[in-house]
Design a protein around this ligand. Structure first.
Ligand code: SAH
Length: 277
């Protein structure tokens, strides 16, 4: 029967050129590819001839179980998630299912105890949208999911409040779905208690996919734009500025950057000068 392996693969935001070389090799090496159907479709160019187990969005546990069943039977399995599989992805669930079945790390040549696991990191949505918007994540940031399906809303609200109060740049995953519509407005209201109305906000839908759409706006205006399941949002900190359609958070918090021309970048407080070469 032989030992099985589970690759837990984040394939990045969508486009093929953002799949890492290791993620591509893992998917190509797999006998079985397991994932939400939208995801298995996105990597279909790599999966010809393989067994595909694609299930709906809410069937994550079934997917994790199917992956461990196949690996216990000696197969090489790739569990695919978008972005990074360890960030709001499948990695934790696969480990939980394995531990529940008595797995203790690879300890044998076959069966459940023989399963080798490799999590393959990927480009998460937040770094993808950061790249498209400019450089909003240059200083400390917090990432918060607005989905209260698995996390109670009071916990989410507490985290938004804490991140806003501590002046973190805030990345918002799962901002809105057809059924969850009020959470993002509530988040905006909380952040507005601590940040100026004109704080830059970037909203990106379908980063690096065909329907990609970028909006650069402000905190008080953010909810006037379409926000959906495939949108990620970044809210600047008190030093983030917007310029020429780009959103930038200064790296040196209180520093002023003096450019070679002697100009000072707008939107930053004078302080210690830092020469950029
Ligand atoms: N593991 C993924 C996150 C899954 S949670 C990652 O690391 O990126 C699903 C959320 O991710 C979506 O609601 C959306 O907020 C974000 N997302 C995933 N792909 C995206 C893309 N191509 N563009 C913008 N946001 C995306």
């Amino acid at each position: 029967m032989g030992a099985g392996k589970i690759f837990i693969v984040g394939f990045g935001p969508g486009a093929e050129e953002h799949i890492t070389a290791r993620a591509r090799d893992a998917i190509l090496a797999a006998d079985v590819v397991v994932g939400y159907s939208t995801y298995t479709d996105l990597v279909s160019s790599l999966t010809a001839g393989k067994e595909i187990i694609s299930t709906g969005m809410t069937e994550e546990i079934d997917r994790a179980k199917a992956a461990t069943d196949r690996a216990a039977a000696g197969k090489c399995v790739a569990v695919v998630s978008s972005g990074d599989a360890g960030i709001y992805g499948m990695a934790g669930l696969v480990y939980e299912v394995l531990f529940e079945r008595g797995w203790k790390g690879k300890k044998a040549e076959e069966g459940v105890q023989g399963i080798e696991v490799e999590v393959v990191p990927g480009v998460t949505a937040l770094s993808a949208i950061g790249a498209l918007l400019g450089a909003p994540l240059m200083h400390d940031f917090a990432s918060i999911s607005m989905s209260d399906l698995l996390t109670p809303w009071p916990v989410i609200e507490k985290r938004i409040e804490a991140a806003a109060a501590a002046d973190f740049v805030i990345g918002i995953y799962n901002p809105q779905s057809k059924r969850r519509t009020w959470q993002i407005k509530k988040a905006q209201e909380i952040i507005l208690k601590y940040r100026k109305a004109e704080t830059p906000v970037g909203i990106v839908k379908s980063a690096y996919r065909d329907a990609q759409n970028l909006v650069l706006t402000t905190l008080d205006d953010m909810c006037n734009h379409p926000i959906g399941m495939l949108t990620t949002i970044v809210v600047g900190n008190s030093h983030t500025f917007a310029r020429d359609g780009l959103m930038v958070t200064p790296r040196g918090y209180e520093n002023k950057y003096v450019l070679e021309s002697g100009d000072v970048l707008e939107g930053q407080k004078p302080g210690v000068s830092l020469k950029i070469n």
